[in-house]
Design a protein around this ligand. Structure first.
Ligand code: ADP
Ligand code: ZN
Length: 246
């Protein structure tokens, strides 16, 4: 028999002493009591309490259309309701819907600041900020790892959202390193546009070899493991071009 953590139910914070800005943070994780080879038999909830203004890193990752931005905005709104000082950053490359806001595919929006790479966040951060949100972390480069660590070490709650794999299904820098360093990880799944199952892949629909090609539903769709076709768009385009010559 062994304990297995099966998921985080909730994470939040509560002010204990607003004058000294001491905070109590809590994470509830669901723990299952299981015997090897047997079905899950019992569930209990364990709460861990953190006192003081301890920092941490939360990562929200998954494919496009899986609700990463919606989840990031939801958490940041809750922090604002809790009267935390919140700062939000997004990469300059992503101006698909708005230049000054993070925007979800379902049109949730939140004001944000634009940076050209992760390292710039340290120049732009207001050190009074208590919660730092970062959207589209996969466009921020490797420097975001050190930035997130430094912000968390200085007592800030850092919430990072980004693609965990690229259009070929490969781990997408800097998310893998952030996953190792994070206190909390949320994997979001989309709906596969081919079969309706939960999908963890981002399917590029039109041919291009570049790692970063910014686009939305015109360029990408969510696919499950079975329906994902890495490299197929290029093939399709070549066939299409061949067909035109004939
Ligand atoms: P992400 O940040 O992961 O790209 P968003 O938060 O921007 O995701 O968008 C999530 C929203 O996208 C969903 O609430 C839904 O309205 C819409 N959506 C469009 N296509 C899909 C899909 N294939 N699966 C799930 N949601 C989708
Ligand atoms: Zn599928």
């Amino acid at each position: 028999m062994f304990w297995r953590v099966t998921g985080f139910l909730s994470a939040g914070s509560a002010e204990m002493d607003s004058s000294s800005r001491q905070g109590m943070h809590f994470i509830i994780c669901i723990v299952s009591l299981e015997a090897p080879g047997q079905a899950r038999r019992a569930k209990s909830v364990v709460m861990e309490f953190f006192s003081g203004s301890i920092g941490w890193i939360e990562v929200i990752c998954g494919p496009m259309f899986s609700g990463k931005s919606e989840e990031l905005i939801r958490r940041l709104r809750r922090a604002m309701i809790a009267r935390k000082r919140v700062q939000v950053f997004k990469p300059v490359i992503d101006t698909r819907y708005s230049a000054e806001e993070i925007v979800s595919h379902g049109d949730s929006r939140m004001q944000s600041e634009v940076v050209s790479r992760g390292g710039e966040i340290l120049d732009r951060v207001d050190w009074r900020s208590e919660v730092i949100g970062v959207d589209e972390a996969n466009f921020m480069g490797e420097s975001l790892v050190d930035v997130a660590q430094r912000l968390a070490d200085s007592g800030k709650q850092v919430i990072v959202a980004g693609l965990d794999t690229d259009y070929l299904g490969r781990p997408f820098v800097p998310i893998p390193d952030l996953l190792c360093l994070a206190e909390s990880i949320t994997k979001t799944l989309a709906i596969c546009m081919r079969c309706g199952n939960p999908g963890k892949h981002t399917q590029r629909l039109r041919g291009a070899d570049d790692l970063i090609v910014v686009g939305a539903a015109d360029m990408y769709e969510a696919r499950c493991r079975r329906c994902f076709e890495p490299g197929i768009p290029k093939q399709t385009e070549l066939d299409f071009l061949k067909g035109r010559k004939i």
